[in-house]
Design a protein around this ligand. Structure first.
Ligand code: GCB
Length: 590
């Protein structure tokens, strides 16, 4: 019990249309962070029966021996004797033998629980990569696919007084029709990588709330689950205290004129907001801003803004990096981006943690969030589409009330085929229907018919708000000096944001600026690229690829890469390369 009570924190908004839950609504919850026993099961012995592939799991492993020991059977596994992994956390960075592991791991945690009359309980997972099946006391609660977004199950009727056996089957195998697909340039960190929480709510609770601001009016909708009641909304610093009944379909609407101080990178002003309904109370901090485009400009709060960005992965700074687990982990990345002079981040190539989004908002970064429709996924598959759309909706559901998020991005460097256009077109339409208040984009690839006259003419650009593309002149294409002669052909009329450019260098590897992987080469590459890109008419933003060297199994070059993509402006330990200062100086100019 002590263990349970020790971990009370934070708040939660359930956004069922997008099936998300927010971490910071001030609701009571119990963190299940800590040591979980695990069993590595590369053959999926816990799923498949001898010589037979079952459609349904055998429940063998879910029938945790700790509670369900059948004395007549041979015992071949025992969670109690198994080693432990820290949750949240990826498994690859926690054990040398799991460094490259892709497959199944079973997790087990015994949860002490004491019922509170009149409360409902939800078991919430911040993210599990890539798919999982969750069992509680030998009941299978359900499954989830998609490694970067939150999901949960109601467990009110499954939780028992006293010890409960919580078992999670996690599998991070890659698959051709999955999102992402088999081939991608980052580490496939497996495991229960983000928070696991038991969230307590009353019988009637606030299932979803959503705020919009158009520059003059604030609109809030609040959906209840379990009944109808009066809802009270308060934003004390704006003198707002209003009541509305969630009588019709359990939804209450509020609309009021307001002139808040606006959120911006220079002044990331946030206001306390609280929503009360009977015994349920949500507390959050919200910012007010508008974002739109006008011709080739991006307007934040009605004023043109240049996106001084950098792209980054959700990976810690340190000698043995892994997925970020704590606020300190994400703060270290954000501080490096601040030092670089950024006001904008591309959170690549999948949804980063809610912690990252919230801290970035507090620190004054505009954000681009994206889903892992990366390179060539299975565009023709209906299941692949459903999976991508689900990840998109879970991402939007989680972060829809965050002022910092200004761009939802659908995809990265995807081939120009009719199937892909139809797939991404559908995702864009869905995004606009769910959230018409933000910009929509996709990082596209340049066409290479003529090296010195690269063309950006993808039909997808007719559907997006930004013209965003990745280009690597000076690294994969030609030499840095070629930048001097390149003339871009880019359609006019929309803001251009370069979503990637850059090259690799090993920190401390000094030599000639003609030698790849030296700091001098990378410095020259950045000088030449920045000068070339600055000439693009309508240029509204830049995202160097990328902030930090990151682990990638596609980068084995011994002595230079050693399993790291070396395109960071800082290395994996956070040490700035010479190129870092070139970008910093560029961003320092007003
Ligand atoms: C790209 C990808 C990015 C890679 C990068 C590279 O175009 O979008 O995920 O890591 O190039 O380093 O090649």
């Amino acid at each position: 019990m002590k263990r349970l009570l020790a971990a009370i924190s934070l708040l939660f908004a359930l956004l069922p249309s997008a099936r998300a839950i927010s971490l910071a609504d001030g609701r009571e919850c119990i963190s299940l962070a800590g040591q979980w026993n695990y069993i590595v099961d590369p053959m999926d012995t816990g799923i498949y029966k001898y010589q037979m592939q079952l459609q349904k799991p055998q429940k063998r492993y879910f029938a945790d021996r700790h509670f369900y020991q059948d004395k007549t059977k041979l015992i071949e596994y025992d969670f109690d004797k198994a080693p432990t992994l820290t949750v949240p956390g990826d498994w690859n960075s926690q054990s040398e033998r799991l460094y490259l592991y892709e497959g199944t791991i079973w997790y087990r945690r015994v949860v002490d629980f004491h019922k509170i009359p009149g409360r409902r309980w939800f078991l919430y997972f911040g993210a599990v990569n890539y798919q999982c099946m969750v069992g509680l006391n030998n009941n299978i609660l359900g499954t989830h696919k998609g490694g970067f977004t939150p999901f949960w199950f109601e467990v009110t009727d499954v939780l028992q007084e006293g010890p409960n056996s919580l078992i999670v089957w996690v599998n991070n195998s890659r698959g051709a029709s999955e999102v992402p697909t088999v081939n991608f340039d980052w580490w496939n960190y497996g495991g229960i990588t983000r928070d696991v929480l038991l969230v307590s709510v009353p019988e009637v609770y606030i299932r979803e709330w959503r705020m919009r601001f158009d520059g003059a009016e604030i609109e809030v909708s609040v959906k209840l689950d379990g009944g109808s009641d009066t809802v009270t909304l308060e934003i004390p610093e704006l003198g707002i205290r209003k009541k509305a009944c969630a009588c019709k379909e359990g939804t209450a609407y509020f609309r009021m004129k307001a002139s808040p101080e606006l959120w911006s990178p220079d002044s990331p002003r946030l206001y306390d907001i609280s929503i009360n309904c009977g015994a349920d109370k949500i507390k959050d901090r919200v910012g007010f801003r508008t974002i739109r485009t006008e011709g080739e400009k991006i307007l934040l709060n009605g004023n043109p803004v240049f996106l001084k960005g950098v792209a980054l992965h959700d990976e810690t700074i340190g000698v043995n990096p892994g997925r970020c687990r704590s606020e300190e982990d994400v703060r270290a990345l954000l501080e490096a981006a601040k030092d670089l002079g950024c006001n904008f981040l591309r959170l690549a190539h999948y949804p980063h943690s809610e912690q990252m989004v919230r801290l970035a908002e507090e620190m004054g970064f505009m954000l681009w969030e994206e889903i892992p429709c990366y390179w060539n996924i299975d565009w023709a598959s209906e299941d692949t589409y459903k999976n991508a759309e689900n990840q998109l909706l879970e991402m939007i559901g989680r972060d829809v009330n965050r002022a910092a998020v200004v761009v939802w991005s659908m995809a990265n460097e995807t081939p120009r085929t009719p199937e892909r256009l139809a797939f991404l077109g559908k995702l864009i339409a869905k995004t606009r229907a769910v959230d018409p208040t933000r910009l929509v984009s996709a990082a596209i690839q340049k066409d290479k018919p003529d090296f010195y006259h690269p063309v950006i003419d993808d039909d997808l650009l007719g559907l997006t708000d930004l013209i965003s593309f990745n280009q690597y002149i000076g690294w994969y294409d030609g030499k840095p000096a070629d930048c001097d002669s390149v003339v871009w052909s880019i359609p006019r009329g929309k803001p251009v944001v370069i979503s990637e450019f850059g090259g690799g260098a090993l920190y401390g590897n000094h030599g000639s600026d003609a030698e790849m992987f030296t700091e001098e080469y990378l410095e020259l590459l950045y000088r030449k690229n920045l000068s070339m890109l600055s000439k693009i008419p309508g240029l509204s933003g830049l995202c160097p690829w990328c902030l930090k060297d990151f682990r990638s199994p596609k980068r084995p070059l011994t002595g230079i890469q050693d399993d790291f993509n070396r395109k960071g402006l800082i290395d994996e330990q956070g040490r700035p390369k010479q190129a870092f200062f070139v970008v910093k100086a560029f961003y320092g100019q007003e």
